[in-house]
Design a protein around this ligand. Structure first.
Ligand code: ASP
Length: 357
């Protein structure tokens, strides 16, 4: 009995030893395999993970070939400076909201662009400015429309977002809120520039029998570039978008374009993308262009590029405008169906470009 137990004991032990050896061999094989799977998943020359991305537009419209070399160089230099402002904020770990506001404010102060100083003339010979900003992390947004005394409409749009329960303030109400918030206040003549005035006078001279409503199509495709917009992704993965404009030359008094309309000219949602549009605002409003791009990504699984291209080709008509957009992983798309659109882009993978050619 004892010897029997002894024999079976030895047998068990040897079985146990064989089992352990087998277990050891198997776990070594599994470990090797999993390491080799990991190795193929992350090739050594994969790009560094995206930390920020930014894109800027200076308005879709005429081709650079219609401007002289000096003014093209000046516009390009401003776009370069605007890009640097945004990149510096994002590189330092700043928020995408600060980056888009900072860039748009800089371009509003530059008289070359149809936003802030340099805004186009409306049919009454004045200026009415529109702007909006959106936070992709919370879907908070703020906008102002038809303001004539606010030096930087984008600042006021952000205050509408942060300091009111509302999304869009217009005209006198927006300006009263600006006074309350002590934003920089200017006389409407501050926005005057000889270039914008010359465009308006040219329009009046060439279209003497037409009313303001006709200006929208007739300015196209000859209208000046100049609305400004910026989209950004920051190191925390938050997207933001901002757009600012003087609208369209000879627009009817009281007309509001797409720039302050969230979902039309501006949109940002961390789940999908950030978008800023430029062009014939009525078209961007009609087709909810900015939101359509986000919706195609969200519900159809479209890529950013496909969604932007689809809107430029199939919703907008050739000559209508341009779009800049960034998706949640930092892909950048900048497209237009007009003669030109000054634009710039940069990201933490080394992309850095200013295009106005
Ligand atoms: N989208 C602007 C508006 O319709 C104009 C522009 O982008 O040029 O007010």
């Amino acid at each position: 009995m004892n010897s029997l137990l002894h024999v079976s004991d030895i047998h068990c032990r040897s079985l146990f030893q064989q089992g352990s050896a087998l277990f050891l061999i198997l776990s070594t094989i599994i470990l090797c395999c999993s390491q080799s799977v990991q190795a193929t998943d992350q090739p050594p020359n994969d790009p560094i993970p995206m930390k920020y991305a930014i894109a800027i537009h200076g308005g879709a419209g005429r081709s650079p070939s219609e401007f002289d070399a000096a003014s093209n160089a000046k516009r390009r230099a401003s776009m370069e400076q605007a890009l640097k402002i945004g990149v510096d904020i994002l590189k330092a770990g700043g928020t995408s909201l600060d980056a888009v506001e900072g860039v748009v404010k800089f371009l509003e102060d530059d008289p070359q662009f149809n936003a802030g100083k340099g805004a186009v003339y409306n049919a009454a010979g004045g200026h009415e400015l529109d702007a909006s900003i959106m936070d992709g992390a919370t879907l908070s947004c703020g906008a102002v429309a038809g303001v004539s005394h606010i030096k930087n409409p984008i600042r006021l749009a952000r205050l509408v977002m942060t300091d009111t329960p509302h999304v869009l303030l217009s005209g006198k109400g927006a300006e009263d809120f600006g006074k309350l918030k002590q934003v920089d206040w200017v006389e409407p003549t501050y926005f005057d520039t000889p270039e914008a005035k010359a465009s308006w006078e040219l329009f009046l001279k060439s279209q003497p029998s037409l009313g303001a409503a006709d200006s929208i199509r007739l300015c196209n495709p000859r209208w000046d570039v100049g609305t400004v917009g910026c989209v950004a992704l920051d190191s925390k993965g938050n997207l933001a978008a901002a757009t600012s404009t003087g609208g369209i030359t000879h627009k009817q008094f009281g007309r509001v374009g797409d720039s302050p309309i969230v979902g039309a000219g501006t949109y940002a949602d961390n789940q999908t993308c950030a978008v800023s549009g430029t062009g014939i605002g009525e078209q961007f409003i009609r087709f909810s262009i900015a939101y359509d791009i986000a919706a195609q990504i969200k519900y159809k699984g479209a890529t950013l590029q496909a969604a932007v291209d689809d809107n430029l080709k199939n919703r907008l008509t050739a000559g209508d405008g341009g779009i800049i957009a960034i998706d949640k992983v930092g892909n950048i798309t900048m497209g237009f169906n007009t003669g030109g659109m000054p634009r710039a882009a940069a990201d933490s993978n080394g992309r850095h470009e200013v295009l106005w050619d």
